[in-house]
Design a binder for this molecule. Structure first.
Ligand SMILES: Nc1ncnc2c1ncn2[C@@H]1O[C@H](COP(=O)(O)OP(=O)(O)OP(=O)(O)O)[C@@H](O)[C@H]1O
Ligand SMILES: [Mg+2]
Length: 379
């Protein structure tokens, strides 16, 4: 069968950020033309594709955009799902399916899904407002999360003691048990229309305590074989239960007694998979394309152990970005710098990442620390 996407095929992406940018970089090798919609005229994808400016949450804008594409995918979940359903109704392919995006948009729905499908997750209570949270003193220590529109830790509030209750969100959300985890890991899994599934080896994340953003990532995660097997089982079960087509990142906690609990899922390329570009046989971006185009899924095996250092805007600097220490970092072996094309920096803004590959774990960690300390984004 001729693969139609080699010619005159237009893949639409809702969202023009760094994930879209790396997806385009991967699809370019397959002659895929991309069209991207993003509200920001300065979004990272702007120079790499047919770029349209418009609101991702506006029904008409998304329908109009989708009509000029052969297939529509996302790089961000906060999009108009009704418009995507309308496009499916009109005969367009939309992957991940609008129903999956709808479920993921609401952390409350995600939690209910885990419960219904016997997927291990932290205990939780649904709450409608601040006073309902305040009534749950005996449930503490807990984490209060906004149901919708929280991202990069902005919809997450730790409530350790009764003194913290005043920080609760006054909006529909949930309260979940604070997990005293040993590690945070992620497994990225893909599924195509034929139902074939394939996961990437688990990775391990280290979070920035203040910003709630991933600060370092190591691949592979140093966890026992039993934990790896459980994490893979869970990831595969979720994507299969959802009957989802595309790429799904499953963020999980490993507790001190080695139980694996799902934190949340993201149905798209994910920041816990950037390192696959250099460190795995197939990158998460190519795997996403393979899955939504119903092609054979690629081999995900590890070529090298790797680390990611996220390049976040330094605190205290806002304005035109300046990259300090780049030359020193580029002198190291196995270092790959990815800048996201954002002109303006601000504190903790994700400006790029560096992937380091090294077969010696000790040297890998040393290089990651050096990159972290040397490469600074200021103005
Ligand atoms: N129940 C919990 N117990 C302990 N820590 C938690 C819990 N839920 C979340 N966290 C911490 O807060 C971080 C952010 O939470 P979560 O992933 O739900 O939010 P998010 O805003 O969607 O994040 P992101 O967009 O960065 O993935 C987690 O990675 C974890 O470190
Ligand atoms: Mg998260």
């Amino acid at each position: 069968m001729a693969l139609k996407f080699y010619q005159d095929y237009k893949l639409g992406i809702l969202g023009g950020g760094q994930l879209g940018r790396m997806l385009i970089q991967s699809g370019t090798d397959w002659n895929i033309d991309f069209s991207v919609l993003d509200p920001d005229p300065l979004a990272p994808c702007r120079t790499l594709c047919e770029f349209k400016t418009g609101k991702l949450t506006d029904f008409d804008t998304v329908v109009d955009f989708g009509q000029s594409c052969d297939l529509i995918t996302i790089e961000i979940e906060n999009v108009n799902v009704e418009a995507l359903k309308e496009l499916v109704h009109q005969g367009k392919k939309v992957f991940p399916q609008p129903e999956v995006i709808e479920l993921v948009q609401d952390k409350r729905e995600q939690k209910k899904f885990y419960k219904t499908n016997n997927i291990p997750t932290s205990e939780f209570i649904l709450v409608e407002n601040k006073s309902e949270v305040k009534a749950q003193k005996s449930f503490l220590p807990a984490v209060n999360k906004l149901g919708r529109e929280g991202y990069d830790g902005r919809g997450v509030q730790m409530l350790r003691t009764a003194n913290d209750l005043d920080k609760a969100f006054d909006a529909p959300g949930l309260l979940e048990k604070l997990i005293d985890f040993e590690k945070e890991i992620s497994v990225i899994v893909a599924r195509n229309e034929n139902g074939e599934t394939q996961f990437f080896p688990a990775v391990e994340m280290v979070f920035h305590p203040e910003a709630n953003l991933v600060e370092y990532l190591f691949s592979p995660a140093s966890i026992s074989k039993a934990v790896v097997a459980e994490a893979e089982r869970i990831a595969k079960k979720i994507i299969t239960d959802l009957k989802m087509v595309g790429l799904l990142a499953v963020e999980m906690f490993v507790t001190k007694d080695q139980t694996v609990l799902v934190n949340e899922i993201a149905p798209r390329p994910h920041n816990s998979g950037h390192q696959t570009i250099e460190a795995n046989t197939t990158s998460q971006y190519q795997q996403h394309l393979r899955s939504i185009l119903n092609l054979p899924l690629g081999d995900t095996s590890l070529v090298h152990p790797s680390a990611i250092v996220n390049l976040l805007g330094e605190e205290g600097f806002s304005g035109q970005a300046k990259y300090n220490g780049l030359e020193e970092v580029l002198k190291l072996h196995g270092v790959h710098v990815h800048l996201y094309g954002k002109k303006l920096t601000k504190p903790f803004r994700k400006m790029g990442h560096v992937t380091i590959v090294d077969d010696d774990i000790h040297s890998l960690k040393k290089k990651a620390t050096f990159v972290k300390q040397t490469l600074k984004i200021t103005t």
